[in-house]
Design a binder for this molecule. Sequence first.
Ligand SMILES: *[C@@H]1O[C@H](CO)[C@@H](O)[C@H](O)[C@H]1NC(C)=O
Ligand SMILES: *[C@@H]1O[C@H](CO)[C@@H](O)[C@H](O)[C@H]1NC(C)=O
Ligand SMILES: *[C@@H]1O[C@H](CO)[C@@H](O)[C@H](O)[C@H]1NC(C)=O
Ligand SMILES: *[C@@H]1O[C@H](CO)[C@@H](O)[C@H](O)[C@H]1NC(C)=O
Length: 257
Amino acid sequence: MPVYLLFLLPMAFLLQPGTWAGEIIKGKEVKAHSRPYMAYLRIQRGTKMGRCGGFLVAENFVLTAAHCQAGKITVVLGAHNISRQEKSQQVIQVKKAYPHEEYDDVYSDNDIMLLELSTPAKLSKRVKPIALATAGKIVKPGKKCRVAGWGLTIAHNNSSSANTLREVQVKVLKDAECRDLRYNNWTMLCAGKAGKGDGATQGDSGGPLVCRGKAQGIVSWGPIDLPGVYTRLSTFIGWIQETMEGTPFCGPPGLTA
Ligand SMILES: *[C@@H]1O[C@H](CO)[C@@H](O)[C@H](O)[C@H]1NC(C)=O
Ligand SMILES: *[C@@H]1O[C@H](CO)[C@@H](O)[C@H](O)[C@H]1NC(C)=O
Ligand SMILES: *[C@@H]1O[C@H](CO)[C@@H](O)[C@H](O)[C@H]1NC(C)=O
Ligand SMILES: *[C@@H]1O[C@H](CO)[C@@H](O)[C@H](O)[C@H]1NC(C)=O
């Protein structure tokens, strides 16, 4: 059993007893560097290593899930095979982490965190921010989206991690399909199987749910099978802008619980 499992399991259990939370992916390997916003987060706590996904939203900010704040985070941009030291990779330390002030680790509510990079990323074809959802605009159920990650692959049925970036298609589901005590439709988005897939369709925690080129969600929690729960980004645009710029922002209602 690789060390990171010892580290990630407690985090997953915290979210959903008895199941994994958003660290499983099947899907297909993507063309190298075709998702230039993807960030691989190495998380170190003592001698244990964990992992999360994230995505570049500005030269000096990566967005991820608040539950990924479990140790010292190092950001890797421009990666495809994270087991290699690719020339395209930019390894950057985090200057400051901004988990949402109202992140609730029991209900996984407001599961969003901005990471300020110690040095801005050098933007290129292989390292580029992604556009975010429009504030207050609700993604319609049925919309086809994608989620990518270096998460555990079910294909490698022995708990090995994928070393190359993989992606699966999911579609946005009605809130009712994620009916759960903890599901809050203002702050969470429900998405799952698109068409006939086989098995898991969740990326790494913290990775983006991308619909028509825009990030609409952050992989947050859910059972090993479908559907999965994502942080609903359209609710947090104000928080993101405010946190990045330190400027007041008047957001849509329901920004906070
Ligand atoms: C990723 O890199 C490692 C180390 O070089 C290699 O063993 C592995 O096969 C690579 N993975 C893929 C899918 O190419
Ligand atoms: C199990 O994982 C190891 C790497 O940890 C890999 O070399 C091996 O091929 C995998 N076995 C199967 C059956 O997938
Ligand atoms: C994968 O794991 C399941 C459950 O542990 C087992 O039944 C199955 O035989 C495994 N498949 C492979 C290809 O190792
Ligand atoms: C949440 O549900 C309420 C009641 O069904 C609805 O009015 C509201 O628009 C929903 N909010 C979002 C962001 O989907």
